[in-house]
Design a protein around this ligand. Structure first.
Ligand SMILES: [Zn+2]
Length: 729
C-alpha cells in the first residue's frame, strides 16, 4: 500500500508542474564533472600494430632491406665507424584541466628528464642493467648510437619555460577530463598539438583508455600530423612498479625507429633481425634463461621489443641497431627520421640571451598611455636594458627612451604608428635587440576604438550546460525552453540580467545560447538598461527591471538552427556605453503563432545571469519569484574605451576560434583576460603573425595570406595551446 501511495503522489506532482502557474519546473541537462580513475595495467599492451597496415609494413621492409645491407657493408668495410645521431624531443603533456603542474596526468618535470635519461641509456647501452643479459646474448648486445635531447626552444625560436615540454589541458582541445581513446588521440590530440615532425620527435604523454601503455607510428607509414609516440602518463619516467622504469617509451621509440616485436607478431614470426632467435610468443612475465621455443636454444625475452616488465628488458641487438641506423641516415633514411639529427643542433642549442617585451595595449588615442614590460630571457643575468619608445622619431612621447628594466608607462601625444625597441645585455657577454616595427598605433583624440567584432559568431563546438523549461502547453512532452510568447505562462519576453559596474566600458557584441528555434514569428533581440519598472523575487516593485532599449535586432523565431546550444551573436555597432547593470534577451511585437519557439538556454547553478520574464498583465519579474534558480546563458563582449582591450562577461569553457574556415579574419576568444601571445604559423612552420596583448578577444587579419591551413599558437604564461584553422577567402 505504501508504494502505491508514493506513486500517486508522484503523479500529482507532475500534473501540478503542467498546470499550476506557481510550479514552473525545469529539466536540466548538461555536463557532469569527471574524476580520474587510475587504470590497473596487468600486462604490457602496445597498440603500435593496430596503428599500421600490413601493406605499409610490407612496403617498409622492402624499402628498408637494402638500406640495412648498405649500413652493414659500410660498417664492415670501415671497421664499425661510429655514427651517433641526436634526436630532438618535444614532450606534449596532455593533462586534465583539474590537475596542476606536477600532479597526476600533469606529470612533474622530473618524469621527463628521467625518461630522456632512460632513452639515452637504453639506446647507448649505458643502462646499468645491460649486464643482466645472458652471456650468450651479450655478444650481439649493441650501442644503437642514438641520443635524445630536449628542445630548448619552439620552432619559431622562442625559448621554452620548461625545456622539451609543453603542457596542454584536455579542455583546450575541446575534450573532457577523461582517459582518451587512440581514435581521439589520433584525430584530435595529435593534429592539434604536433610540432613539425620533420624537425622534432613528438612524444604525447596522456591518460590512454583501454589499458594501453603506449603506441608508436612506424616510419614510412601514417600521416605527418600524427607522427611520434604516445605513452600512458603513469608509465612515463621513473614512476615505480612493473612499468615504472621508462621502458614503455624505449619500446615505442624502437617501433618509431623501425623495430618490430621480437616474436614477429605471429607464432614463431619474423622480426627481420638475424641475431634475435625466432620466438613463439611474447612474454608478459620475466622467465628464466634459457626459455627455448620454435626450436631455438633460448628466447631473447630480455630484448626491449618483447612484452616483459620494465625491469626484465635490457638490450637491443646489432641487427636492430642496423635498422635504426638505416632509418636515421641523413641521406638515405626515412621521411621525418633522416631530418631529425640536422635540426637537433638548432632546436637543442643551449638557451641564449633573447630580447623580448610586451605592451598592455597596442592601439590607443592621443594622450593615452601604454605600459611596456620586459620579457627578455637569458641563461645568465640580464644587466642592462635600453628602451626606445619612438624609434623613428615621431615625437610627443612622455619619455622617448629608458635605461631600466621597467615596466614603463609611456604616454603618446602625437598620432602615428610607433616603432619600439629594447636592447639587452647579460653578464655572460650576450647582447640582443628586439624591434617591433609599427607596434603602437596612436589614433587622433576622440577616435572610436571599440567596435563590434567583424565575424560571423558561431561557437557550436563550445560545450555549454543548459536547461529547458517544460513541458510546454501543447500537451507534448518536448521542452519549451525559455520561450517567449504563447507559452504556458503568456510570457512576452525573457531576459538575463548582467551585473556590471566597471565604468569606461562599451558593449560591442552579445552572444546568445539558443536551444530551440522554430517558426516564423517576429522576434526582437534586445539589450536593455536596468532602469525599468518590474518586480523582484519577493514581489516588491522595483525600478531596475529591463527598461531603456540600448540595442535591438529583428529576427524570426526560427532564424537559427535547431541544434542544441547554438551560439548566436548580435553585433552592436556603434558600441553602446554601459553605466551599470543591463539585460540581454528578447521580446516580440505580437504574440507568435502556436508552436513558434525561440528558447534561450539556462545554466543550472548559482552563478551566472539571473533570468527575468515579462509576463502578460504583470510585466518584468525575477523568475526566482517562482522558486527556481536557473541562470540565463549569455556572453557579453565588453570593450575598454581607453585601451581597446576586450573582455568577455560570461563563462567560456574553452578557447574559441571563429569563424573556421576563415574568410580572412580570425577571432580568438580566450577563457579569461590574461597577457597572451598569439602566433600564427603556416604549413611550412613560418611565423606569419605574432602579437602580445592583455585582452580576451584577439582579431587577426589574414586577408593578405594565401589560403591554406594555419596553426595558431596561444601562449599564456606556461600554458600553450595550438589550434588549427583553415583560411578560405
Ligand atoms: Zn610494441
Amino acid at each position: 500500500m505504501k508504494k502505491i501511495t508514493l506513486l500517486i503522489s508522484a503523479i500529482a506532482l507532475i500534473i501540478g508542474g503542467v498546470f499550476a502557474q506557481n510550479n514552473r519546473i525545469a529539466l536540466p541537462i548538461g555536463n557532469s564533472a569527471t574524476t580520474l580513475t587510475p587504470q590497473a595495467i596487468t600486462e604490457r599492451t602496445c597498440a603500435t600494430m593496430d596503428n599500421v597496415t600490413q601493406i605499409d609494413l610490407d612496403n617498409m621492409e622492402e624499402w628498408l632491406a637494402p638500406r640495412v645491407d648498405a649500413y652493414i657493408q659500410a660498417q664492415n668495410a670501415g671497421g664499425n665507424v661510429e655514427a651517433v645521431y641526436t634526436i630532438p624531443v618535444i614532450v606534449h603533456v596532455i593533462h586534465y584541466s583539474t590537475h596542476g603542474v606536477g600532479s597526476s596526468t600533469n606529470i612533474p618535470y622530473s618524469r621527463v628528464t628521467e625518461q630522456i635519461q632512460t632513452l639515452n641509456d637504453d639506446f647507448r647501452l649505458t643502462n646499468s642493467d645491460a649486464s643482466n643479459a645472458p652471456s650468450v646474448f651479450q655478444a650481439v648486445q649493441a650501442d644503437s648510437e642514438v641520443n635524445f635531447c630536449l628542445v630548448t626552444q619552439d620552432l619559431a625560436g622562442n625559448p621554452l619555460a620548461e625545456l622539451g615540454v609543453e603542457r596542454i589541458s584536455l579542455a583546450t582541445l575541446g575534450l573532457s577530463d577523461a582517459a582518451q581513446t587512440t581514435t581521439t588521440i589520433q584525430n584530435t590530440v595529435k593534429p592539434n598539438t604536433i610540432w613539425d615532425a620533420n624537425q622534432v620527435f613528438n612524444i604525447w604523454v596522456i591518460n590512454i583508455s583501454g589499458g594501453i601503455l603506449g603506441y608508436a607510428q612506424f616510419p614510412n607509414s601514417g600521416a605527418a600530423n600524427t607522427d611520434g609516440i604516445v605513452v600512458l602518463y603513469n608509465a612515463f619516467g621513473n614512476t615505480g612498479g612493473t612499468y615504472g622504469k621508462g621502458r614503455t617509451a624505449t619500446h615505442e621509440v624502437g617501433h618509431y625507429l623501425n623495430l618490430r616485436h621480437i616474436w614477429g607478431d605471429a607464432t614463431c614470426g619474423n622480426d627481420f633481425c638475424n641475431d634475435t632467435p625466432t620466438q613463439q610468443d611474447p612474454y608478459y612475465n620475466c622467465p628464466t634463461h634459457p626459455s627455448p621455443s620454435c626450436s631455438n636454444s633460448g628466447d631473447m625475452f630480455m630484448n626491449f621489443m618483447d612484452y616483459v616488465p620494465d625491469a626484465c628488458m635490457v638490450m637491443f641487438t646489432a641487427d636492430q641497431k642496423a635498422r635504426v641506423q638505416a632509418t636515421l641516415n641523413p641521406s638515405t633514411g626515412a621521411p621525418r627520421r633522416s631530418t631529425l639529427n640536422a635540426s637537433s643542433a638548432n632546436l637543442c642549442a643551449a638557451p641564449v640571451l633573447t630580447a623580448e617585451f610586451n605592451a598592455n595595449v597596442t592601439t590607443i588615442n592621443v594622450g593615452q598611455s601604454v605600459t611596456f614590460t620586459d620579457a627578455s630571457t637569458s641563461p645568465n643575468t640580464i644587466n642592462s636594458w635600453t628602451w626606445n619608445f619612438d624609434v623613428t622619431g615621431i615625437g610627443g612621447t612622455s619619455m622617448p627612451t629608458a635605461s631600466t628594466q621597467g615596466p614603463h608607462s609611456i604616454s603618446y601625444g602625437t598620432a602615428g604608428l610607433f616603432t619600439v625597441s629594447l636592447a639587452v645585455t647579460d653578464n655572460g657577454g650576450g647582447n640582443d635587440t628586439e624591434t617591433k616595427t609599427g607596434y603602437i598605433l596612436v589614433n587622433p583624440a576622440g577616435t572610436v576604438i571599440c567596435d563590434s567584432t567583424d565575424a560571423n559568431w558561431d561557437w557550436n563546438s563550445e560545450a555549454y550546460a543548459a536547461a529547458y523549461w517544460g513541458p510546454d502547453c501543447n500537451g507534448t512532452t518536448s521542452p519549451s525552453g525559455f520561450i517567449l510568447g504563447n507559452n504556458c505562462y503568456d510570457d512576452n519576453g525573457w531576459a538575463s540580467k548582467v551585473s556590471f559596474s566597471a565604468p569606461g566600458k562599451e558593449l560591442t557584441d552579445v552572444i546568445y545560447v539558443f536551444v530551440q528555434s522554430i517558426g516564423t514569428g517576429a522576434t526582437t533581440l534586445k539589450v536593455w538598461d536596468a532602469d525599468g519598472a518590474g518586480f523582484d523575487a519577493g514581489n516588491t516593485a522595483i525600478s531596475t527591471a529591463p527598461g531603456t532599449v540600448l540595442a535591438s535586432s529583428s529576427v524570426t523565431s526560427g532564424s537559427y538552427s535547431t541544434n542544441l546550444n547554438q551560439f548566436v551573436g548580435m553585433p552592436i555597432s556603434p558600441a553602446v556605453a554601459l553605466t551599470g547593470d543591463f539585460y540581454i534577451g528578447y521580446d516580440h511585437p505580437s504574440v507568435p503563432a502556436n508552436g513558434d519557439s525561440l528558447s534561450m538556454g539556462a545554466a543550472n547553478g548559482t552563478t551566472g545571469n539571473q533570468t527575468w520574464a515579462n509576463e502578460s498583465g504583470i510585466g518584468w519579474r525575477d523568475i526566482a519569484f517562482w522558486g527556481v534558480d536557473y541562470k540565463g546563458t549569455v556572453i557579453s563582449v565588453i570593450c575598454d574605451i581607453s585601451t581597446g582591450e576586450k573582455e568577455l562577461l560570461g563563462t567560456l569553457s574553452q578557447i574559441a576560434i571563429y569563424p573556421n574556415p576563415s574568410l580572412g579574419t580570425i577571432n580568438i576568444a580566450l577563457t579569461e583576460k590574461v597577457n597572451t601571445t598569439i602566433s600564427v604559423f603556416n604549413m611550412l612552420g613560418e611565423e606569419v603573425y605574432k602579437t602580445t596583448k592583455n585582452t580576451q578577444l584577439f582579431t587577426v587579419d589574414m586577408k593578405n595570406q594565401p589560403n591554406g591551413v594555419y596553426f595558431i599558437k596561444i601562449k599564456s604564461g606556461d600554458m600553450v595551446t595550438t589550434k588549427k584553422v583553415i583560411l578560405s577567402k
